[in-house]
Design a protein around this ligand. Structure first.
Ligand code: 5AD
Ligand code: SF4
Length: 458
């Protein structure tokens, strides 16, 4: 396999037709948009951030919860206005919502193009074949596609931190989740293409890489010829960490049932593997975990947390929580609150359960927690997490952290911001350093979201 070392920043050629891309959803989608841009640049397009000048308008969409889809429907309405202004503009809906709704997106919405997450290589051809009365659609899912030979064109502004997809799809049919249907079966990407991409980013000045997958712990590359050359996630982490001590490595998302001791020890061994694990628990109730098909118990989860904390003291731990899943009782909800208190997460993404058509839960369990109760429980979860995030940050006061500078803080141009290894955002007055440098800072106070710091004295 040969790897393409092409330019990783967008081409800026005003004579080319413009492509405008809007991205919704997770980090995986952000990286997919960079793959799409790479493919479209090769076909002669150039990125534009001016929708009025674009020949092709693409929305890379998310289906994870109903409100994500509702937002996108609103945008599709606005894209239609472009069609009123300019007849030849092409409107494309790609990604998870395209995969889920398929040709339903073509019914009367003036969409010209529908493409699922595994069909991006065919975008130029699909676009060539579009006629006013002939929209194009490709929602085939693949067992092999990992886009491993495509160099994503980076759209981030700061040039410091980049995502690399190491696998696609998911085999864990959690009962609430639409992802296995929208992103297909799990497949791992060739580790040498991942290494090559990471080295190329580092050579281009990037200092932080986040390895992405729906379940990174089940990453596994099988070498057909020689089993000794198989690569698991812990080995992949080590390969990337060895590129340079100046290149930080992060990863997301871990699955509590799969995160191995080997991964935890590898994290401890390398200073440049960031000490942060995003470990979605979803619920603290064994009855709910079973119904969600998470394949672990509360006790198993707490044991993994103890292991992480004993091997990596100070490791940042964050999570995802769903409030009001099917049949959730007051006691189940209390179990979630008590688990949160026991673990003391540093931060969390918290959601109300949203029924997704076609999932196991939608087919088998009534969505029977009333909406007001879901909201009440979610608010309680958020209030508790805010309290605990503040406590967690307070415990860091007086500590010194090495921060990778991302740039000026949003609120004050005299201040810089950047993340500590544990993923906490630090701000500090500094007019000397700049984006991409490592700086030691000392925490002097905090809010629930930010550590307020000063430059550490040498
Ligand atoms: N309803 C609410 N939240 C969901 N998530 C996934 N599916 C649903 C759903 N149907 C949440 C989970 C997951 C995160 C990415 O989104 O917490 O970890
Ligand atoms: Fe990402 Fe899941 Fe949303 Fe798809 S449905 S964009 S995989 S969060």
């Amino acid at each position: 396999m040969s790897f393409d070392k092409k330019n990783i920043r967008p081409v800026t050629d005003p004579s080319r037709p413009g492509i405008y891309i809007e991205t919704y959803g997770c980090q995986m989608n952000i990286n997919d948009s960079e793959v799409i841009l790479s493919i479209m640049e090769d076909a002669g397009y150039a990125l534009t951030d001016d929708i009025d000048k674009a020949s092709v308008i693409i929305a890379n969409t998310c289906s994870i919860r109903d409100n994500a889809e509702q937002r996108i429907w609103g945008r599709i309405e606005q894209f239609r206005l472009q069609k009123r202004k300019r007849e030849n503009v092409i409107i494309g809906i790609v990604g998870c919502m395209a995969e889920r709704l398929k040709d339903k997106l073509l019914d009367g919405y003036e969409v010209d193009l529908v493409a699922g997450p595994d069909s991006y290589r065919t975008l130029p051809e699909l676009i060539r074949n579009i006629r006013p009365d002939k929209p194009q659609i490709n929602t085939l899912l693949s067992h092999e596609e990992t886009y491993s030979d495509i160099t994503p064109v980076r759209m981030d502004k700061n040039g410091i931190s980049a995502f690399i997809s190491i696998m696609r799809g998911c085999n864990n049919v959690c009962s609430y989740c639409v992802v296995p249907y929208t992103r297909g079966a799990e497949r791992s990407r060739n580790p040498f293409s991942i290494l090559n991409e990471a080295e190329n980013l580092f050579d281009n000045g990037y200092k932080e890489i986040c390895l992405l997958g729906q379940n990174v712990d089940s990453y596994f590359w099988k070498d057909g010829e020689n089993p000794e050359k198989n690569v698991n996630f812990s080995q992949l982490l080590e390969m990337i960490a060895k590129i340079s001590p100046d290149l930080r490595v992060r990863f997301s998302t871990s699955h509590p049932k799969d995160i191995s001791d080997e991964v935890i020890y590898t994290m401890a061994l390398y200073d440049n593997i960031c000490k942060h694990i995003h470990l979605p628990v979803q619920s603290g109730s064994n009855a709910m975990l079973e119904k969600m098909r998470r394949k672990y118990t509360r006790e198993w989860y707490l044991e993994r947390v103890r292991k992480i904390r004993s091997v990596i003291p100070g490791c940042g731990l964050t999570t995802d929580i769903i409030a009001g899943f099917c049949g959730e009782t007051e006691q189940d909800h209390k179990d979630t609150l008590s688990l949160m208190e026991e673990v003391m997460f540093d931060s969390a993404f918290m959601f109300q359960y949203s029924e997704r058509p076609g999932t196991l839960a939608a087919r088998n369990f009534p969505d029977d927690v009333p909406s007001e109760v879901k909201t009440e429980r979610l608010n309680e979860i958020i209030a508790l997490q805010n309290r605990m995030s503040l406590e967690s940050n307070r415990r860091d006061i007086g500590k010194t952290f090495k921060v990778l500078v991302e740039g000026p803080s949003r609120k004050n141009p005299e201040e810089l911001c950047g993340r500590a290894s544990n993923n906490k955002m630090c701000v500090f007055p500094d007019t000397i350093h700049s984006a991409g440098e490592y700086v030691d800072v000392k925490v002097i106070s905090c809010t629930s979201a930010t550590l307020i710091c000063e430059l550490a004295r040498p």
